[in-house]
Design a binder for this molecule. Sequence first.
Ligand SMILES: Nc1ncnc2c1ncn2[C@@H]1O[C@H](COP(=O)(O)OP(=O)(O)O)[C@@H](O)[C@H]1O
Ligand SMILES: [Mg+2]
Length: 290
Amino acid sequence: MQEFKPVKEGKVREIYDIGESLVIVATDRISCFDVILNNKVEKKGAVLTQMSKFWFDMTKDILPNHMISVDVNDMPEFFRSGQFQGKSMLCKKLEMLPVECIVRGYITGSGWASYKENGTVCGIRLPEGLKESDKLAEPIYTPSTKAEIGDHDENISFEQSVAYLEERYPGKGAEYAEKMRDYTVALYKKCAEYALTRGIIIADTKFEFGLDEEGNIVLGDEMLTPDSSRFWPAAGYEPGHGQPSFDKQFARDWLRANPGNDWTLPQDILEKTIAKYLQGYELLTGKPLE
Ligand SMILES: Nc1ncnc2c1ncn2[C@@H]1O[C@H](COP(=O)(O)OP(=O)(O)O)[C@@H](O)[C@H]1O
Ligand SMILES: [Mg+2]
């Protein structure tokens, strides 16, 4: 049997290059405040992979995506052990476009910090009088450059994204930048509207796109998971302050209340966190995780 080693190990995911395609594995690792905790959140990887699958299926009428299969029987034998089951996605290999496509439907996080300072978010002027966590009249597209490891991603304006892409793809900068913006907003609108009917606010999210062999823009990476997005419970939503995270609230609250912890959650907090991931999956998809 051919063995594979990840070509890339992110904080949470592992990427395997199997030739023409990739296997992207979401592990059960969890990060809070940018630190990987010592606990494994059992089933989190499967929840995230199956959630991406759900959204990829729902939005394939907007644009094609990289998903080939989440069935390990479609993958090399190496991946057919229980360890990979449910949490692996076979994906078409793409040439990734070096812009992170962020869309914000609500004002929070770094966007809120910037708005308070100067009334703008990533160069976009917003109306006066917004409160923290307010819903924006229209979602805004705020791209950033994909940073090298260790660097922080840098926010850029839409015009800068055109120039940035034009440098790398002469003659194509405007076309790619416009398509990425329009796809990003269309994907967000469709899915956030749906999620709201299921009791979850998707405050913001990030997409990544790439080019296939024919030069078509294809949606890659993960899609609308709690790791790439801010999910808030719709019940109890109230502008004027920060909102609880749908999935990480128990973990974050405990870590904050217990300074001096060594980034290890106690069993009851861990179990509540696992339950939140499963509940989120079931709410969004209408089915329990298989
Ligand atoms: N279909 C694909 N083809 C090639 N690269 C991809 C594809 N989908 C996602 N990627 C890339 O795989 C990597 C996933 O790594 P990740 O764990 O998210 O770490 P990071 O975001 O820090 O690079 C990203 O660099 C992403 O751009
Ligand atoms: Mg990533």
